[in-house]
Design a protein around this ligand. Sequence first.
Ligand SMILES: C=CC1=C(C)c2cc3[nH]c(cc4nc(cc5[nH]c(cc1n2)c(C)c5CCC(=O)O)C(CCC(=O)O)=C4C)c(C)c3C=C
Ligand SMILES: [Fe+2]
Ligand SMILES: [Fe+2]
Length: 334
Amino acid sequence: MNPSDHPTIPAPRVGVLLVNLGTPDAADAASVRRYLAEFLSDPRVVEIPRLVWQPILRGAVLTTRPKKSAHAYRQVWTEDGSPLAAITRRQALALKDAFGPDVTVDYAMRYGRPAIVDRLRALKDAGCERILFAPLYPQYCAATTATANDKAFAALAGMRWQPALRTLPPYHDDPAYIDALATNVRAQLQQLDFAPDAILASFHGMPQRTLELGDPYHCHCRKTARLLSEALGRELTVTFQSRFGRAKWLEPATDKVLEALPATGARKVAIVAPGFSADCLETLEELSIRGRESFEAAGGTHFAYLPCLNDTPAGIVMLRGLLARELAGWVAPA
Ligand SMILES: C=CC1=C(C)c2cc3[nH]c(cc4nc(cc5[nH]c(cc1n2)c(C)c5CCC(=O)O)C(CCC(=O)O)=C4C)c(C)c3C=C
Ligand SMILES: [Fe+2]
Ligand SMILES: [Fe+2]
């Protein structure tokens, strides 16, 4: 058979799926309860035997926390919904044409909507036989990166004809990420009307036990902070925020450090959250609102929360570079 007798088979499309944690659909207690029930039932997140944890979750936690958290969500809610959802959507939009006409860029959430299984199916149905699955967590953690990847492979487990899947590795020490963070921090420090006595790098906390069990998260956070500090040419104080439950979490705790700083003479502080690829409840409410309140109540005079990379030009250029590298061999370089 002559090659020209063959019908032209279109090249398979490639999909890129950006993934973040997820967030409630609305800032009311019922929506927050639904979200927390799914999130906190994940055994990668709460590593307590199911038979012990579920009664505590269904009892104490889900009867009290949703109301409190809904109040917190309402303080940061936007016209476009939850900040985390709105920013992730904008990141996907900003990358829409970044890899050429054969690549579709979409986004999904590990908990809530849009669900990973739905978006992976949609990409497959649109002809994407190859998908780059990209959890947007710079620092690897079983409670974030691994559980997102688990969910993707579980979705594939239900497909007769699976797409090929690549996952984005952690990028905590990638020069492009460190450069983008440094550029962002420098630009924001220049806008301030004060010179901070201290800069905090606040990462989401984790139970101390996960470090002892070999999760690299803590080391990844420390390395990011060291590299960022070197790039900025100034000291950073590493702290861990958002403690949950009674177990011992990574220390020092962001809130405790903020309360202690003024007494040490540091009354002007700036705080950055390099582990969050998008601003969310944990940065906008916990750091920017409550962090400021506790710092000022302890005698601090100047406080600035420096927003995340989000969909800023520096953030999008960085993501584009990281993703393009993982697409090598699937997509011709731009
Ligand atoms: C960036 C990395 C994150 C790690 C690591 C992480 C671990 C972790 N989180 C909880 C409990 C909660 N986290 C909550 C919100 C939340 N967490 C992250 C990221 C990480 N979590 C983000 C981006 C967000 C914000 C979501 C949003 O809608 O904006 C919450 C919900 C809010 C609340 O009720 O306070 C809880 C609960 C645990 C237990 C954990 C590791 C064991
Ligand atoms: Fe969290
Ligand atoms: Fe929090």
